[in-house]
Design a protein. Structure first.
Length: 228
């Protein structure tokens, strides 16, 4: 039974989410603000966090920053602001998916299941050395959710791992945004081009911090993994 931490300052929304997840077979815990979310995370050790952006004490963006400093736990953001800024902001911070309020409880459950499915690397994505994919100086550890360049490591979120795993499957192949969506989002979830671009930017930033920049943009076509 997967464990989900639900963080929202609106009691009604928490009740709806907890009920829907419970009916779907998930174990849940609740937090009413950012400070409580951080303490609950340490005690509950969830497999995924559903995290509202606008909250008292600490907002969701700051909670995400602090969680990302210690964990790669998948995060699904909730936002009441119907604009791309908050959505992309959440993904730039390391969120794995988002929903805009009001949302369907059934859709939330589907998103949670989809993200958790992606935690387990897809079989047959590429030839494996154990649970590590390699291309030159680049190594992707599918068990530990880390990428390494010449032995220097950086942690990845679920979606970042999915994007890089796809590119590693066929180095040199140009993947369109639609192809990356289909392969990195291994379900029927529909996401925007900007969402994929956001994940690629984060992967690039982490690789650049390791001294590498192997992901190439093919303008008008998509992305490919260059020589490593």
């Amino acid at each position: 039974m997967a464990k989900v931490l639900v963080v929202d300052d609106d009691r009604h929304i928490r009740e709806v989410i907890v009920f829907a997840l419970g009916e779907a077979g998930f174990e849940t815990s609740e937090a009413v603000d950012g400070e409580q979310a951080l303490s609950s995370f340490e005690r509950f050790l969830p497999d995924l966090v559903v995290l509202d952006i606008v909250m008292p004490e600490l907002d969701g963006t700051e909670v995400c920053r602090r969680l990302r400093a210690r964990s790669t736990v998948p995060i699904v953001f909730l936002t009441s602001r119907d604009d791309e800024v908050d959505r992309i902001l959440g993904l730039e911070l390391g969120g794995d998916d988002y929903l805009t309020k009001p949302f369907s409880p059934r859709e939330l459950v589907a998103r949670v299941r989809a993200v958790l499915r992606r935690v387990a690397p897809a079989a047959g994505a590429a030839p494996r050395d154990g649970q590590t994919l390699r291309h030159g100086r680049l190594a992707l550890d599918l068990d530990r959710f880390t990428v390494a360049w010449d032995g220097r490591e950086a942690p990845l979120t679920v979606m970042e791992l999915g994007v890089l795993r796809t590119l590693l499957g066929r180095p040199g192949k140009v993947y369109s945004r639609d192809e990356l969506m289909d392969r990195a989002y291994d379900d029927t979830t529909v996401v925007s081009d900007r969402t994929i671009d956001s994940h690629v930017r984060r992967v690039r930033a982490k690789l650049k911090a390791l001294g590498a920049d192997p992901i190439e943009t093919v303008h008008g076509a998509g992305y490919r993994l260059g020589p490593c």
